[in-house]
Design a binder for this molecule. Structure first.
Ligand code: FMN
Length: 379
């Protein structure tokens, strides 16, 4: 069968967490829920065991008690957080308002569905008891969306999992994973969410090795080979911006980068000089130009001619609830560089030369991030 790809891709890219657009008044039949559960049961299951059990909660009083447990488990925190963020323009303002709405109205949804699985995460290493419920649960969400219904993947009630088990009579040895408020959606148009593009988060052959464009197994300058390394730092983004824009700092950690100095006032379009030294290649100097200066977010620069850079580098700061995921990325090319000079001499070794360079960069970048983390967390 040829699948209508447009429709399938739209389903996969627009199955959102729906809360404020749940139609609390339109009834949902058992049949549509059972159809979706049948589809969900087609998901893979560890050891091919049929260990999933689904609970559908309809009774008004039981829904009300579950909603109270949801609020006790974290829903009330969401309601408070939403009122604090209201009008602040904070990046989480909308999501928190939506989460709070659900926490306040959970008892009003036509049905609550709780997928469970026989088994405990007990470290026994038995195949996929517990992990067999996630994929089925997501299939359930997709099947709902295809029928005009929606839900949100929620877990805060798990703080009160024992109370939920007592209320619903769930036996010992059965694990709850998620709670789905299920309803028809108000309107069926939903948009894809902003997510990082695949080439930035997909590594080829080694952790952190990226390709700007599809390389189909090759390691070649033509595909923008790069490296991405990350570290979680226990300070907010604001505390890191000064460190990552200090262009001399990496010299303290890198075995190759010897020092840097700004040639212009730091900011968009500013230039800085860097001194480098490498066992095999001796010493050299570069001038780089800032290509992105988004305070507390991203500091990017091109080495050499910004129109035909030898390489493109960036520091990226991603906020994580009071902490930061700090990332450094580099892409070789598209212009000429020390690496392309070596490849020109031995074109048949292009893949090995690139692999060697990636490994060197990866080590030095990780040392740099580790050094920045230590400095930031000490201060
Ligand atoms: C493991 C997990 C737990 C979640 N727990 C909750 C929750 O307890 N309450 C809630 O309202 N949303 C919860 N969500 C939904 C996320 O907040 C949601 O995915 C996020 O807002 C992004 O929206 P989107 O799913 O439409 O892209 C959870 C999602 C996941 C994957």
């Amino acid at each position: 069968m040829d699948f209508p790809l447009d429709a399938v891709d739209e389903l996969l890219s627009t199955t959102r967490s729906v809360r404020r657009r749940l139609d609390l008044d339109r009834p949902v039949t058992d049949q549509v829920l059972l159809d979706c559960i049948d589809l969900a049961e087609q998901a893979p299951t560890g050891g091919n065991q049929g260990s999933r059990r689904w609970l559908v909660i309809r009774e008004a009083d039981t829904k009300a008690q579950l909603a109270e447990m949801y609020r006790d488990g974290g829903g009330r925190f969401m309601i408070d957080a939403a009122s604090q963020l209201s009008g602040s323009g904070h990046p989480n303002e909308k999501t928190m308002a939506s989460a709070a709405y659900l926490a306040e109205n959970l008892e009003r949804v036509p049905a609550i569905v709780i997928p469970t699985i026989w088994g405990r995460h007990d470290g026994s290493g038995r195949p996929g008891l517990f992990d067999s419920v996630i994929q089925a649960s997501w299939s359930f969400c997709l099947a709902l969306r295809a029928r005009g219904l929606g839900t949100a993947w929620t877990t805060v009630h798990l703080q009160k999992a024992d109370d939920v088990a007592t209320l619903l009579g769930i036996p010992d040895g059965v694990t709850q994973i998620v709670l789905f408020p299920v309803a028809y959606t108000l309107g069926t148009e939903f948009r894809p969410a902003p997510r990082r593009p695949a080439p930035e988060i997909t590594f080829f052959d080694r952790w952190g090795w990226t390709n700007e464009t599809p390389a189909d197994g090759a390691q070649a300058m033509a595909f923008g080979p790069g490296v991405s390394v990350e570290i979680d730092v226990d300070v907010p983004v604001g505390a890191l911006w000064k460190l990552v824009t200090d262009v001399d700092l990496p010299a303290r950690f890198s075995t190759e980068f010897q020092g840097g100095e700004w040639l212009d006032e730091p900011g968009p379009g500013a230039r800085f000089r860097g001194r480098n030294q490498h066992d095999a290649r001796g010493e050299w100097e570069t001038v780089s130009t800032v290509t992105d200066w988004t305070p507390n977010r991203r500091f990017a620069w091109a080495v050499g001619d910004p129109e035909d850079a030898a390489a493109r580098w960036a520091f990226e700061l991603e906020p994580l609830a009071g902490a930061t995921r700090l990332r450094q990325t580099m892409v070789m090319g598209p212009g000429t560089s020390g690496v392309t000079a070596i490849i020109d001499q031995k074109p048949e070794l292009e893949a090995r030369i690139i692999a060697g360079r990636r490994a060197e960069h990866s080590r030095n970048m990780m040392r740099t991030l580790g050094g920045i983390k230590a400095l930031a967390e000490r201060a």
